[in-house]
Design a protein around this ligand. Sequence first.
Ligand SMILES: [Zn+2]
Length: 187
Amino acid sequence: MYDFESFQSCDTDDQKLENESVNQAIVENPVTFHCGQCNTVWADSRGICGEATSSNSLICLEVTQDVTINSGREWSLDGLFSACVYNTLQCAGCLCLMGVILYSTPQHLTALRNLFLLKKDKMYCYIFSTGQTVKASTLNFNVTPLGERVSELRQLIQETESHLSNVSAVMDDTRTNEATSSVQSTS
Ligand SMILES: [Zn+2]
């Protein structure tokens, strides 16, 4: 049985980066994520698609080969991931359990299915631009919420459609004029 309780034990690091722009500058640049115990590389910023704040975990599309997916499926009857079926993830270096992949979940966790959830309080980040290492728990990897991006895209599509309808209106006018002029020339 996986220890879900430690998911909830949010690291109360008092050095949290209060400056949002500093945070943004870091998380938008190349970062690698390492085991806090043995330094094994678990993931890098290309594979990160956000963070699940309720479980204090990074959400990753991909991880390195040094993250072992344990074969036995497990399930949880209570707690944060109650009624979920999942596989645990293990660091290949020191064998610590550091996350899960959820397979079957209740409706409210559907968005997290088949993604890697890595515990933030078990890892640190190496920031390429500055050569610094910081605890992952000091950074906020929440990217722009999907909802906002979808509405931005919708707006773009609407604008494009209105441009297109303007263009086709102009073309229709041109065709009508051509037709009219051809009729006039034959008469
Ligand atoms: Zn390790």
